[in-house]
Design a protein around this ligand. Structure first.
Ligand code: NDP
Length: 244
């Protein structure tokens, strides 16, 4: 059991698999009150069942729809009277070289990875400002620090998440709201499955051969959350030891 997690009301987007699911498992074990969002309700329900959460702990949520993100956060506040933490985690990574012009994939990455994070902030901030406390955890990436061929748009969204998070940090200090960017390297999840270009998929597959378990991300979330209230962990950058 980690200090600073028990009874915290935590909303997680993209909780139906990968990092979001791993964070949910860890925080449930440590006694947090969870509200989980994603589009695949069947998977959310299965996770909630397994973790012994109430059926109203999951909300079908598409983060590209601001109304749905507001509904998710407002539901948590209605259930538990407050929101302590939002983990803006939903994301996708359909890499491709720019010259192939996969405009729909660019739009999806901008909508989910970038606007989805903004919508989470828009939904949570009014409650956190009123409470004069809260913690916004935004998921960026090693790709928020560097760009590789085929990964320009994804990297742009993840750089954007870091910029938005730093801007947010400076603005919300007076309200006693913490902001943390978590920037993972290769972690074993379904993320690379969204790559449709065979040559890029093959390159990424090689990197993911060294991927570390999703629980590594959950440990970082727990670390940031469990610091004393006056300690704000601004960013955690981590990756497999052998990753470039
Ligand atoms: P997964 O593909 O396993 O999980 C992605 C999650 O995002 C799913 O729960 C999915 O749920 C959700 N999601 C996708 N689109 C939407 C949407 N429109 N609305 C709501 N939820 C959505 O990948 P990861 O767990 O790895 O990815 C989580 C985050 O971690 C992403 O932001 C990713 O960029 C980041 N990341 C991951 C790394 C890795 O190596 N795994 C490395 C660095 C960063 P559903 O389909 O049910 O909606």
């Amino acid at each position: 059991m980690t200090d600073g997690i028990k009874d915290k009301v935590v909303v997680i987007t993209g909780a139906s698999s990968g990092l979001g699911e791993a964070a949910a498992r860890r925080l449930a074990r440590d006694g947090a009150k969870l509200v989980l969002g994603a589009r695949r309700l069947d998977r959310l329900n299965a996770i909630a069942d397994e973790l012994g959460l109430a059926s109203d702990a999951v909300v079908e949520t598409d983060v590209t729809k601001v109304d749905q993100v507001r509904r998710l956060v407002d539901h948590a506040v209605r259930l538990h009277g407050r929101i302590d933490v939002i983990i803006n985690n939903a994301g996708l990574m359909p890499h491709s070289p720019l010259e192939r012009g996969k405009v729909e994939d660019w739009d999806r990455m901008i909508d989910v990875n970038l606007k989805g994070v903004l919508y989470g902030i828009a939904a949570a901030l009014p409650h956190m400002k009123e409470q004069k406390s809260g913690h916004v955890i935004n998921v960026s990436s090693v790709a928020g620090h560097k760009v590789n061929p085929g990964g320009a748009v994804y990297a742009a969204t993840k750089h954007g998440v870091r910029v938005i998070s730093e801007g947010l940090r400076q603005e919300v200090k007076p309200y006693n709201i913490r902001t943390t960017i978590i920037s993972p390297g290769a972690v074993a999840t379904e993320l690379p499955d969204s790559i449709t270009e065979p040559d890029v998929a093959e390159r990424v597959r090689k990197v993911y051969e060294m991927a570390i378990p999703a629980d590594s991300f959950a440990s970082m979330v727990a670390f940031a959350m469990s610091q004393p209230e006056d300690v704000d962990v601004n960013e955690i950058l981590f990756r497999p030891t052998r990753q470039e």
